[in-house]
Ligand binder design. Sequence first.
Ligand SMILES: Nc1ncnc2c1ncn2[C@@H]1O[C@H](COP(=O)(O)OP(=O)(O)O)[C@@H](O)[C@H]1O
Ligand SMILES: O=P(O)(O)OC[C@H]1O[C@@](CO)(OP(=O)(O)O)[C@@H](O)[C@@H]1O
Length: 627
Amino acid sequence: MNSRRQHFNKIPKNMTSHKDESTVSNNDNNSSPTKNGENNQDYYKKGSTEAATENALTLAKIQHRLRLTKKNQRLVLVLVGLPGRGKSFIARKLENFLSWRGSECKVFNVGKYRRLAASGACAADFFDANNTQASNLRQQAASMALEDMLSWLDDFSEEDSIKKDRIGIFDATNSTKERRDWVLKECTCNIKRAGKPTGVVFVESICDDKELLHTNLMTKVNNSPDYKGWDPEEAMADILTRVQKYEEQYETIEDDTLSYIKIFNLSSKMLVNHIYGRMAKSIVPALMAWNIGTRPVFVCRAGQTTTELDRLNINSRMSRSESLGGNGKAFRNALFAFMKEECLDFMRRRKQAFAPAMNTGTSISGLMNSFSKDNGNESDWRDDDYVGTDGTTPLPFPCHIMTSTMPRARQTVDWEDYPYPVEMLSNLNPLDKGDFMGMELEEIAEKEPGWYTQLVEDPFLTRFPGGECYGDLTSRLESIVVDIEQKVGPVLVVSHVSVLQALVSYFRNSKIEECTSIEIPLNTVLKFTPAKGGGWAESRHHVLPSPSPSETDLCNSNESSKLDLYAMSPELRVDTRERKTFNAKLAPPIWGDHLKVPSFAPLRRHNSLDGRSPREIITATRQESMI
Ligand SMILES: Nc1ncnc2c1ncn2[C@@H]1O[C@H](COP(=O)(O)OP(=O)(O)O)[C@@H](O)[C@H]1O
Ligand SMILES: O=P(O)(O)OC[C@H]1O[C@@](CO)(OP(=O)(O)O)[C@@H](O)[C@@H]1O
């Protein structure tokens, strides 16, 4: 080895890499030229010390990027695939995710237009390419949907366009090259769309898993208006014929000048072509994360540190490093019992659903070890069957736990009987209130009335001096959402009001700008489970009675309404989403990590507070709300 090194040291000078001594590169800390001008930089460790240059060749090689990454305020995502390949599922997930991360987003489903154009449901013959009349109607339906989408894309004021980009999702089979060329041309035509630059990306879902396809088509038979009132067997036969008609015409995307993403068999394989910018940064990871498994996602606030009363008595401010108080510890214990029951129940159900023949050996942190033991026979089931990856350590229950880095959050899951690592993530830390950290609303209102007014007017985008706004917070939660989405077992997130408001908004598919009005109760777990079609169903569980009356009324929805209707029914969701709008401007954000900040009337202008100071107004409304 040594002799080899010596040999390399003897390489003639003209074969070593040289650099101009005046050039300083940021990766050459240890590579300063030696006295005789020789450079001891290790190319294989640190790369070249030569500055990267741009020339005709490099520019030619990145021309696609130059063309495609320019800031388009309009983007069209065109779904491609045979029926039953999850296109509408993907479209819906894209719409939820992209709206949550701040774009205006809308799905245009050609099927709906087709039913209108053909006045109702259509049997398989209608999808035969040789049926000229039907083909014309289908093209007409696609034209109407595309026209609506383009008008929607263009229908925004200058002010809107600064704030948000628009993404239209064109949901149809788009199964031939001719159809896709037409869509591309309509969206990008220089003449028709002059001054309205629009990016187009195709998302093709390919699936050849027969068992899965059968289940998917069954879902369609049970849910599609096309088969309402049909005998299930006849409906199945009809949709199979329809698929066959499409198969006869189907052409997969092969044109590599296009931007496209191909998803094979539930993202087990993906192919991306000319995908850059936000597509690469956000959409591809999300597409890879989404899965059709069902598993609960639990979210809750960290346990209390000191009670409201104690805090008032000692007249102290909340500090970030506080530890759990008595109530917090009680919540921690109750949470363990709740999570254990929930997660074991989840595993029991999964085990029941898990046919031994399908056991591919995929291990969820060792959870599946128990499956191989008894061939899935329910009668043999024992809770202590769960073992960790080493095969012996008892696993109290399966769960991926994520907390903020605040001690109180970590301590909320500091369970003696839980020997597994907990992921602590600073992304889950509360909204950074900058200079106002530790201050309650009334104090801020009094000290900085101008800033406070701004906050009331735009709680989502008003940034705390030196800190964050809710918009910033949402951005740092993107990776958390993708991480949660990709899990196939239960997940528990222990965090704080502001973070949970943004996360709950994602699961509820409510407007993110209005997340500041979402109330997150103490001592309560919100549970989200996947609903068919891509949404989430919600239930809430008070695992410990709230310690003070002012905190028990934090839930803003009816206790008995366990299920989130608009998550359950995508059709319904479109409508309820419009209806379910809080007027964000009517109240400042509810962020108090430990104090309940009651909803009170807006502090319109500070010179119109009826002669009262903000503190007086807040104290009065708080008293009113406690009655
Ligand atoms: N990438 C995928 N590949 C195959 N099936 C999927 C995929 N994603 C979701 N699914 C499943 O396909 C089912 C049918 O989806 P749907 O969106 O109605 O299909 P399509 O719009 O292609 O006819 C969904 O309920 C979902 O469980
Ligand atoms: O215009 P094409 O590409 O055929 O796609 C639209 C068609 O997609 C279909 C294919 O089955 O499914 P869906 O309604 O599920 O979205 C038909 O309803 C609809 O007419």
